[in-house]
Design a protein around this ligand. Structure first.
Ligand code: AMP
Length: 439
């Protein structure tokens, strides 16, 4: 889409107003809108089939929901959150993701009293003050799916399977799962200690940003994008070797389920997914060679977050697992199936009106057709037969209804077969019956 800047700020003037679209944000219109809507409908259909229920949490939450949940030392919390102080003094943030708000809701709504696990899907915009570039926006859309209240390995496998199915239904091919286990509170401490001591030994080789992470969030160094750090990461200790017996069993079971379902996976020891709420399973669903340079492209990411509830003030742990799919990336992929929203129906009939008497009654006739679920097109603002027929030809509809002054007086309408150009006058009271027959 063309970028227009004509009404942006006039710098220098004390009255200057900036009325342009904020950086990294978009107006979603036309085919792009339908692409999003079609995807969300398909994703919901798959999620509902597997027993997930809808939920919608607000776009604004208290900042603490994210700082306690996602944790400091993460890009999201340190650099990317849109925060604001309300007039009432609340410190709020536009949600940068859906998981922490979902857990906040679980706790606040007392969902621990419902049969466990509770399984939800949710979708909508998330906001990150990221550097906008191709495929990266500051407002983008995620579809999330989560199961809260069970620590069973089959639930990890279930959410991965649902994620794969949604992506496949959208047209993705060559998918595989990058997976790792980062352990639980029994074993993660020893691992992080070992990892920290390894990085301390190689501190001079680490990129600057990763030296800082060593203090705040050493796990993050493992998925660093910095070339210098990547070399050091090759020999870094891996979390799987440190797993305690129950984490090892859990991970082994998840992999067995994936094998049983024929889902191809790759154990990626550098996958940690950065956010401090993750425990045990972390995964990404990647499209092999989906990146611009033929590298794998992550379409979805997720994992287990068994301690998030406690970080958000719950007295008890709530074992949970989920993922989020980056929808912008899906709908701009060459393989995207252009899923059509259910409300989009190709018009079968073009409605033409001629003269003021006919125009006056036009909306009543269109309403009869709507109530009978007959998809139509019209251009009520046009007056001449020629210009209206031209639109009908362009749309390629099989039939037109022509409603002129004479028809308006006689409560009838002309049905025109666009291919043969034959016409028949039909009483309005018989119209639906007639249309049913020729359909
Ligand atoms: P994350 O929540 O960071 O794990 O991201 C989950 C998915 O959201 C990624 O796999 C991307 O597809 C997508 N995503 C993350 N950041 C952005 C962004 N700035 N713009 C568009 N999509 C994004």
């Amino acid at each position: 889409m063309k970028k227009t800047k004509q009404h942006a700020s006039s710098k220098g003037s004390s009255k200057s107003k900036n009325l342009a679209l904020p950086k990294g944000m978009r107006d979603i219109i036309g085919d792009q809108y339908y692409s999003f809507q079609g995807f969300f409908e398909k994703a919901q259909e798959v999620a509902v089939y597997y027993g997930f229920k809808p939920i919608e949490t607000p776009m604004l939450e208290h900042v603490d929901v994210f700082t306690s949940g996602i944790g400091e030392g993460t890009d999201i919390v340190d650099k990317e959150m849109y925060t604001l102080k309300t007039k009432g003094g609340d410190h709020l943030a536009l949600r940068p993701e859906h998981t922490a708000p979902l857990m906040r809701s679980y706790i606040e709504q007392g969902m621990q009293n419902m049969p466990q696990p509770v399984m939800f899907y949710q979708y909508g915009p998330v906001f990150r003050h990221d550097n906008p570039q191709r495929g990266r926006y500051r407002q983008f859309w995620q579809f999330d799916l989560d199961s809260l209240g069970s620590d069973k390995s089959i639930v990890d496998a279930l959410v991965i399977k649902v994620g794969m199915s949604i992506l496949e239904e959208a047209g993705a091919q060559n998918l595989s799962v990058d997976i790792n286990s980062i352990g639980d509170k029994e074993c993660r401490g020893a691992y992080i200690k070992e990892l920290t001591s390894y990085y301390r030994k190689h501190i001079n080789g680490l990129a600057h940003i990763d030296r800082d992470r060593l203090k705040t969030n050493p796990l993050r160094i493992l998925d660093s994008k910095e070339e210098k750090t990547k070399e050091i990461n090759e020999n870094a200790p891996d979390s799987i070797s440190f797993l305690c017996a129950s984490c090892k069993k859990h991970f082994k079971e998840v992999l067995e389920y994936l094998e049983e379902m024929g889902i191809s996976y790759n154990i990626n020891k550098n996958l940690v997914r950065g956010l401090s709420y993750y425990t045990r399973t972390v995964f990404e669903i990647v499209e092999q060679e989906g990146g611009e340079d033929g590298s794998p492209l992550a379409l979805s990411g997720g994992g287990r977050y068994d301690y998030l509830a406690r970080q958000l003030g719950s007295k008890k742990d709530v074992p949970a697992v989920g993922f989020s799919i980056g929808v912008d990336r899906i709908i701009s992929s060459p393989w995207y199936k252009k899923l059509s929203p259910r409300i989009m129906r190709k018009p079968k009939i073009y409605f033409i009106q001629l003269g003021s008497e006919a125009k006056l009654k036009s909306l009543n006739i269109i309403d009869i057709l709507r109530k009978a679920h007959i998809p139509i097109a019209q251009s009520l603002s046009k007056d001449s037969l020629g210009s209206q027929l031209a639109v009908a030809e362009k749309l390629g509809v099989p039939y037109s209804l022509i409603f002129g002054v004479k028809e308006a007086l006689e409560d009838s309408v002309i049905v025109r077969d666009m291919a043969s150009r034959s016409q028949e006058t039909v009483k309005l009271s018989k119209l639906l019956e007639y249309l049913k027959e020729i359909k």
